[in-house]
Design a protein around this ligand. Structure first.
Ligand code: HEM
Ligand SMILES: *[C@@H]1O[C@H](CO)[C@@H](O)[C@H](O)[C@H]1NC(C)=O
Length: 504
């Protein structure tokens, strides 16, 4: 199986080395059109291409768009710049007006807004996620989903030797979980027959189109939107599907609130009820629009990230069986068989710190494959970055979190290797890395609000799956990241599952 994979990975590796080590400029700056042709040619594999550009240019690369198209971008993966932009001079680096245009699908939700609208949504979301009882609800929701949906499914496919897309399964799982937690309604997209859920199907197309919009002049993508062609055609169809889903959720939630018949969620943990209340305050004319925006942001923020992180993690484990056996050993030492069999793990929040090696392996996986590979910023006022680069008012800056994990002078000569050990101190504790170096969850005042929640889900899931099953990637199936704003696996994650026999 591994042998079958070798030729392909060697080809990819050699190719990567070749483009990265050559000193010739990777992009030509043409008159009038700038570097756009070369960029569009590489946008399907943007993250690796960008990593080479940033390596050649020592962490900062100035991209020139077409003449007068306002498309210049400064790409950076320089920790000093990242620290300055995300934390030290946070107020001068909002997402900016351009972000809202590109990511119009997110409306004025937490990811796309700045100033007051961002602050109130952040405060509301945080108050619920940090609530003392939130952890218990999360642990229970995740455990039940695994027991009632994931295990029956994996048992079924292992028994019949069926090939499945594990990324799709993780997306369904994360989707059901966030819907249960936020809407108090389990959509049961994860079940034996893997039902077709239009919303789930279209989200990846949207994310791909969002990246493309960064490198095409606004007038052109707007024209494409108007005449309904190319990626913009897919996008407008997707938008309808997404809105239909969200407005159904909203009317369902209204009924739930009116009848006071929330099934499981107590009032102080009810995030969608809190958003609804906020909607009337912030946008009394059109509260449903505000509510829609808040919901879609939280759905994308939770589902696509967690499922992407899990997919890369399990792929890395498959490539590194030694790490897998170490985790398996750690699980056996720390949990008793009864809790393992009942999927009732990490009952108390403190237990999250128990599996040090698993935590290290998850961090290592997020370092190499951060689910959110880019972060978009636009200075309010002209400024000079710590690297000496000048940035103009409203100019575009893209921080490449993907490239940060792949720079030798940030992580050392072995930066491309998967080594959980780099996260463990000599005393056997987790080594803390500053968030401007390990940027998977962003840093500063806009750092991810779901980090603990993500680790909780990933740990419960990883523990259960690793303990019960061994996963085999289908021979010859190509695994590459997609050119998108979320670092999904481009062709999915085709695997077969084998049940571990007792004591193995
Ligand atoms: C492995 C999983 C996750 C990763 C890698 C991740 C990563 C990130 C990143 C990079 C950002 C900054 C985005 C930006 O500013 O453009 C962010 C923000 C955010 N994340 Fe996560 N996230 C994860 C899981 C979650 C989960 C499960 C939730 C729960 C709903 C969540 C909620 C949020 C929210 C609300 C923000 C917006 C913060 C703000 O702008 O103030 N995330 N996350
Ligand atoms: C942040 O940027 C502004 C605008 O250029 C500048 O005036 C200010 O001095 C910077 N603040 C810090 C803390 O560097």
């Amino acid at each position: 199986m591994i042998l079958a994979f070798l030729p392909l990975s060697i080809v990819i590796f050699l190719y990567f080395c070749k483009i990265c080590t050559s000193n010739a400029p990777l992009l030509t700056d043409w008159p009038l059109v700038g570097m756009t042709p070369g960029m569009l040619k590489n946008v399907h594999r943007l993250h690796d291409f960008l990593t080479c550009l940033l390596q050649q240019s020592h962490h900062n690369f100035q991209f020139h768009g077409p003449f007068l198209a306002n498309m210049d971008v400064l790409f950076t993966c320089d920790p000093a710049n990242v620290n300055y932009i995300l934390s030290k001079n946070f107020t001068n680096y909002p997402k900016g007006p351009e972000f809202g245009k590109i990511f119009d699908i997110l409306g004025e939700g937490i990811f796309s807004s700045d100033g007051h609208l961002w602050e109130v949504q952040r405060r509301t979301t945080m108050s619920i996620f940090n609530h003392a009882q939130f952890y218990d609800m999360l642990q229970k929701t995740v455990g039940e989903k695994i027991e009632k949906a994931l295990i029956p499914l994996l048992d079924h496919v292992s028994k019949h030797g069926i090939e499945v897309d594990l990324q799709d399964i993780f997306q369904r799982l994360a989707f059901d979980n966030i819907c249960s937690l936020v809407l108090d309604h389990d959509l049961q997209s994860l079940s034996l027959d893997l039902p077709y859920i239009p919303y789930q199907k279209v989200v990846p197309d949207v994310e791909e189109a969002m990246l493309y919009r960064h490198f095409v002049p606004e007038s052109i993508w707007k024209l494409q939107r108007w005449i309904k062609s190319g990626k913009e055609k897919t996008l407008s169809k997707a938008r309808e599907t997404i809105d239909e889903f969200l407005y159904t959720c909203i009317s369902m939630k209204r009924k739930q609130v009116a009848l006071k018949n929330s099934e499981h969620i107590s009032a102080e943990l009810d995030l969608s009820a809190a958003y609804m209340e906020l909607a009337y305050k912030e946008n009394p004319e059109n509260p449903d629009k505000f509510f829609r925006d808040a919901l879609v942001n939280i759905m994308v923020g939770a589902r696509d990230t967690t499922s992407t992180a899990l997919s890369w993690f399990f792929w890395l484990l498959w490539k590194n069986p030694r790490t897998e056996s170490k985790i398996l050993q750690e699980i056996k030492t720390n949990f008793n068989t009864e809790d393992l069999n009942n999927c009732n793990l990490f009952k108390k929040k403190e237990e999250m710190h128990k599996l040090v090696y698993l935590h290290a392996a998850l961090c290592e996986s997020l370092r190499l494959f951060p689910p959110v590979p880019l972060n978009h910023k636009a200075p309010k006022q002209p400024d000079i970055l710590p690297s000496g680069h000048r940035v103009g008012k409203n100019s575009k800056i893209l921080l490449s979190f993907y490239s940060m994990g792949r720079m030798e002078d940030i992580w050392g000569k072995d930066c491309l290797e998967f080594k959980p050990e780099r996260w463990i101190t000599e005393k056997g504790d987790i080594k803390h890395e500053p968030s401007y170096k390990f940027t998977a969850f962003n840093a500063g005042p806009r750092a991810c609000l779901g980090k603990d929640m993500a680790f909780t889900q990933m740990k419960i899931l990883a523990t259960t799956i690793i303990h019960r099953y061994s996963i085999q990637v289908v021979a010859g199936h190509p695994i590459v990241p997609k050119g998108s704003v979320i670092l999904e696996m481009k062709y999915g994650f085709r695997i077969r599952v084998e049940k571990r026999s007792e004591g193995k």
